[in-house]
Design a protein around this ligand. Sequence first.
Ligand code: GTP
Ligand code: MG
Length: 193
Amino acid sequence: MKITSSNLQAIAVEPKGYPEDELSEIAFVGRSNVGKSSFINSMINRKNLARTSGKPGKTRTINFYIINESFRFVDLPGYGYAKVSKSEQEKWRGIIEKYLSTRENLKEVVLIVDIRHSPTMQDVMMYNWIRSFGYDGIVVATKADKISKGIMQKNIKVIKEKLGVEDKNLIIPYSAVNKTNVENTWTIFEPLI
Ligand code: GTP
Ligand code: MG
């Protein structure tokens, strides 16, 4: 995919802040600090358009990035960060759920997991939700630069079994640092947008 432009179009916490056009959106969900914002940056070749941090809880709003003036990537707050207060976590959960369950522009919800770790209960719940809403169930297993090729296949098997992913090809090993599988991921996304 040739990226000609990418911009932060809107920041929202409720539907009245969402962009009002008909453009298709792909949203990214996953645990706090898993690498959602870094994934977006690496796909569109921008260093820090989506703000990232070594500390969990960086993204706290729904951020709409418009790409090539023709579709959007949507960055969401992460879940499962224990140091965020219960009330704050509930607030984020409300923001995410409202968006995912009402947004007509939404064409795919992609789960991002850390390739080093077995998915958590919250990942499993999120994946089940994604599947039950009829989305394909694409999983990006990121931070692949942190493990060896041999471990990679083993971990992908664990992710597949734990989440109940139907087809191994739906799990994409990825690295925002090394740009592993950027083009393959675009090939999967292109028909969706
Ligand atoms: P929240 O907004 O807090 O939910 O986090 P996030 O999921 O958006 O994660 P973010 O992109 O901010 O990345 C978290 C940390 O992981 C940062 O320190 C990134 O540099 C690091 N990181 C993200 N992707 C990769 C990757 O592919 N490889 C490596 N080595 N580090 C990564
Ligand atoms: Mg983020």
